[in-house]
Design a protein around this ligand. Structure first.
Ligand SMILES: CC(C)(COP(=O)(O)OP(=O)(O)OC[C@H]1O[C@@H](n2cnc3c(N)ncnc32)[C@H](O)[C@@H]1OP(=O)(O)O)[C@@H](O)C(=O)NCCC(=O)NCCSC(=O)C[C@H](O)C(=O)O
Ligand code: MG
Length: 290
């Protein structure tokens, strides 16, 4: 499985300064663990958190989960030290905050010059400027390490002075454009966090909204969000049954070479065959997870 094929239904943030949370993350069924050095960590704990994150990755125990460290920005007092420490670590990816445009990606790429070739760069898309630079930021994936985006609706709401309502009305055009820009350049894309971690109905509704928009998964802040998130972003039984029917139908001798056929009373084209194959492959990768 290449990094691009990995299921990324659930990406759990935790403050890297919280040893208990790190231990707990090793036991949770999330696909991605994000050790945060940025907003979840107060200034006085930044150095300790950086050392703890690197030590946690070195210690391992995360099994099949991707382990990502979120750095402070290069425009802060801690960013350069964070990037240097992460570059020397065994993290799968470094997540960088508040990326405004392709120039920022170039600065992070330069700071990671000494990192292993396999280390991915993930970027937070969460500033007003980034809303107008989605395509040029995504295009940097063609030549560098950029492999995934995570939406930061809290920072975006703050800068826009918008309200994070249950339906996220203020952000819908942006969410949709971000997914299209990511897909145009082969990036994975994860939805923003739901702050209502005690209200799992609200969480599930928001996760479903992200799934309908095309996100690969959602970023999370609490262990209770992991199971409902995995459920929302895993192919459902009915969806899989349809996908398998499409694949089987196109495999029939009478349908070979056809572009459009009838399957269970509905039209299926070759593009639906592609979708069906992707869905079945995703379900198989999920099923193969320990
Ligand atoms: C949100 C929290 C501060 C809530 O903490 P708390 O009230 O203590 O939670 P619980 O008592 O329900 O915790 C129960 C147990 O679960 C562990 N726990 C809690 N959260 C996590 C976690 N994220 N990962 C792993 N384990 C966790 C507790 O330790 C308890 O364990 P035990 O005692 O053994 O039972 C807290 O959940 C939290 O800190 N969440 C993460 C916050 C964070 O990382 N924020 C930064 C990322 S979000 C962001 O910045 C988005 C973006 O940039 C944007 O702009 O939108
Ligand atoms: Mg943020």
């Amino acid at each position: 499985m290449t990094p691009a094929d990995r299921p990324r239904r659930s990406a759990l943030y935790l403050p890297a300064s919280n040893a208990k949370a790190i231990a707990k993350a090793r036991t949770l069924p999330c696909d991605v663990v994000i050790l945060d050095l940025e907003d979840a960590v107060p200034p006085e704990a930044k150095d300790e958190a950086r050392a703890a994150a690197v030590a946690a990755v070195a210690e391992g125990g995360f099994g099949d989960r991707e382990v990502v460290i979120r750095a402070n920005g290069l425009d802060t007092a801690w960013g350069a030290d964070d990037l240097a420490a992460i570059a020397g670590s065994r993290a799968d990816a470094v997540l960088v905050p508040k990326v405004d445009g392709p120039e920022a990606i170039a600065r992070y790429e330069a700071a990671l010059a000494a990192a292993p070739a396999a280390m991915q760069l993930w970027a937070m898309i969460e500033t007003c400027a980034s809303v107008f630079a989605l395509e040029p930021i995504a295009a940097t994936a063609r030549t560098g390490r950029l492999a995934a985006w995570i939406i930061g609706t809290n920072d975006l709401a703050k800068e826009m002075r918008a309200q994070l309502t249950p339906g996220r009305e203020a952000f819908l055009p942006f969410l949709s454009m971000a997914v299209a820009a990511a897909r145009a350049h082969g990036l994975a894309i994860l939805d923003g966090v739901c702050n209502e971690f005690r209200d799992l109905d609200a969480f599930t509704a928001e996760a479903r909204q992200g799934m309908v928009f095309g996100f690969d998964g959602k970023s999370l802040i609490h262990p209770a969000q992991v199971d409902p998130c995995n459920l929302v972003f895993s192919p459902g039984e009915a969806e899989l049954a349809w996908a398998r029917a499409v694949i089987a139908a196109f495999d029939q001798p009478e349908n070979r070479g056809k572009g459009a056929i009838r399957v269970e009373g509905k039209m299926a084209e070759l593009l639906h065959l592609d979708q069906a194959q992707r869905l079945v492959a995703l379900a198989e990768r999920i099923a193969a997870r320990p």
